[in-house]
Design a protein around this ligand. Sequence first.
Ligand code: PMP
Length: 361
Amino acid sequence: MTKITPQPGIMEIALYQGGAAHVEGVANVVKLSSNENPFGPSPAAIAAVRDSAAGLHRYPSTDHSGLRRAIGEVTGLDPERIICGVGSDEIISFLCQAYAGPGDEVLYTEHGFSMYRISALAVGATPVVVPEQDRVVDVDAILAAANPNTRLVFIANPANPTGTMIGAAEVARLAAGLPEETLLVLDGAYAEYVEGFDAGAALVGTRDNVFMTRTFSKIYGLGGLRVGWGYGPQEIIDVLNRVRGPFNLSNTALAAAEAAIRDQDYVEKCRAENARWRAWLAEALAECGVASDTSCANFILARFSDAAEADACDEHLKSQGLIVRKVAGYGLPQALRITIGDEDSCRRVAAAVRAFKGAAA
Ligand code: PMP
């Protein structure tokens, strides 16, 4: 038995489950479990990946100025107030490393994204889980739970795995009502799926206790390259850059992300296609008695009558080559999270759920 012991809190972190892309003995498998873009990245990003090969012997940019400039040009945000990370996961982790430690509280809501808890425990902070209201972030519950020991509040808007979101006025009310010592982090991983949504960027621009995170893993289709970014008050960006490793992003990742964000026509097409098939799938599921909340993201949280039915449907989908996500770990054992794939995948999911419900009836 080793005498080398981890820091307190580390063993409370559950090992990450998921990510499988194969089902033993089943052909034509489609992975709908990680909210990836079924169309992949923009062709411009793929070309940038190829071009980056010529410079692989060189260390990458340490300040990510090219990517930050591109983000600034496309979004209108100040590149000086942007930081890039290995997925938005890394930005979440930087925030916890820099602002939370033993005795501090990191707050998120009942069905909040798993990295908030992982990053809080990794730095010895105390994760605090606040109830939601019917799977929607409850601003009053957060305000009631926050106190001067609350260093960080994370909310994803739209949220994963529920797909629900709260409006700008509610977000502003939350920012205004938190203790002065608390940073509100608005996780905009799915923001691009909401037409015309700024993910709270305007609020970050006017307040010094609000921070926004974004990712290239979802609508930009670059999950495999791991690029995310954050936008916040200048002092906070300065702090986070001190914990960031100097070469955290590769040449290839930087080049691909820069090309991807400049191709907004492609983003628009993906957003429209997602909206179309999300509505179609929600209706198809409803027709066979499977309810879902209105999703603002690229997945649907399908609710079954109980955990046993959700598990049985998951098994049936798997047998048909459809890998979806069980979300019992998020406190939703009766639900399955289904990524919106392309038309063919959505039709396959609907047919499989219909057959499952028909067989069960
Ligand atoms: N936030 C939310 C709400 C997410 O669902 C995800 C990915 N599942 C992330 C952040 C992290 O994404 P990435 O690290 O790939 O940017």
